[in-house]
Design a protein around this ligand. Structure first.
Ligand code: SF4
Length: 356
């Protein structure tokens, strides 16, 4: 069986009309690839339209402020993607005169663009023969050819790359890549694929050998690290003049460029009386007498390698804490919605009426 030809025929019959499939503009293809890397189409579509509407060209994106880009991205998660989009837009304007580079090496050298995205842009926008290898593609290839090396090992990945590049060589690269990803996502699913009605079932080695459920084989990763955040909502002032400290997260940890509140991180879930008697609490509040107004429920948030457990402690502080918090922003409570925040913080704010 000619796997590639059969696949492309299937794709032409089953493809969905989506805006980034109707264009060869590398900027829009890049945006779509970045937005949809970790996001379902239903969720990402509105973001794609917001970005292309607000920033129709790479120049528009390059000229925006970081806060504006992060705000538009809010809710999508994996915020390094938005920061990298912004940095790369500026690089394209400064180094390439605003024209998207048209070869694989230059595309791959751009910040935030790995082999997967570089291959997608090179093949779809410029028709260059580079195979996209993502989780869907690895699953399909490992099943078609019953490759049982771990797909998250160097050897397994390399084997799959060689096979998929051979398949792509004789066909239109962009169409082949999109067909491959689509088939993996829609048909050859991770669990319970409908092999009985699959067009490849007479040639698919995993189906023939009865090993579909075992492939792709993966080496187990470490369990995610648990982190415990005790957020301090330090509120001062009255009525419309209430203010709160905000922290802009910096490089070297999660959520770089987004805002959250001052926090005390602990090794485990910590009771309030233990927290109040901790040395860090005493450093923060010194001789002031903070009044605890409310303690929230625990908000749980899953990241790729970390699990965050956060509680929000609302504290009324009449005394000025600016000495301790001089690196923090001191903002009006009613303006909180203007700041790009992680999903966890957004969830808390919205549940507690701060975004109304
Ligand atoms: S037969 Fe099953 S495992 Fe093989 S390609 Fe089709 S859906 Fe995937």
């Amino acid at each position: 069986m000619d796997f590639a030809l059969t696949l492309i025929d299937w794709y032409n019959l089953n493809k969905r009309q989506l805006p980034w499939r109707e264009t060869d503009d590398p900027y829009k293809i890049w945006l779509s690839e970045v937005i949809f890397q970790q996001t379902r189409i239903e969720q990402g579509l509105a973001y794609y339209h917001s970005f292309t509407g607000r920033f129709p060209t790479v120049q528009h994106l390059a000229q925006a402020s970081e806060d504006e880009v992060m705000k538009l991205w809010q809710g999508l998660g994996y915020y390094s993607r938005a920061r990298n989009l912004h940095t790369t837009a500026k690089t394209i304007v400064e180094k390439f005169n605003g024209r998207f580079p048209d070869n694989y090496a230059d595309i791959l050298a751009l910040k935030g663009i790995g082999p997967y995205t570089a291959a997608a842009i090179a093949s779809i926008a410029f028709n260059l023969p580079h195979a996209v290898v993502d989780g869907n593609v690895m699953r399909v290839i490992s099943r078609w050819f019953a490759i049982d090396d771990a797909v998250n090992s160097t050897v397994g990945k390399k084997k799959i790359e060689i096979v998929v590049n051979e398949l792509l060589a004789t066909h239109t690269p962009g169409t082949f890549n999109q067909a491959m990803m689509k088939f993996g996502a829609l048909f050859c699913k991770p669990k319970n694929p409908d092999c009985e009605s699959c067009i490849f079932n007479t040639a698919c080695l995993a189906f023939q050998k009865g090993s579909v459920g075992k492939l792709p084989f993966k080496i187990k990763n470490q369990p995610p690290k648990k982190r415990f955040f005790n957020y301090l909502l330090l509120i001062s002032g009255k009525g419309a003049y209430q203010k709160v400290y905000l922290n802009k997260r910096v490089e070297g940890d999660i959520w770089q460029g987004l805002y959250d509140f001052p926090l005390i991180e602990t090794e485990t879930e910590t009771e309030m009386d233990v927290l109040i008697n901790s040395s860090v609490w005493k450093v923060v509040f010194k001789d002031t007498s903070p009044v605890i107004i409310q303690i929230s429920r625990i908000f749980k948030h899953q990241l790729t390698h970390q699990q965050i457990f956060a509680k929000f402690i609302t504290i009324s502080t009449e005394k000025n804490l600016s000495e301790t918090f001089n690196d923090f922003l001191y903002v009006n409570l009613k303006n909180l919605a203007d700041y790009p925040v992680p999903r966890l913080i957004e969830q808390y704010l919205s549940e507690n009426g701060f975004l109304n």
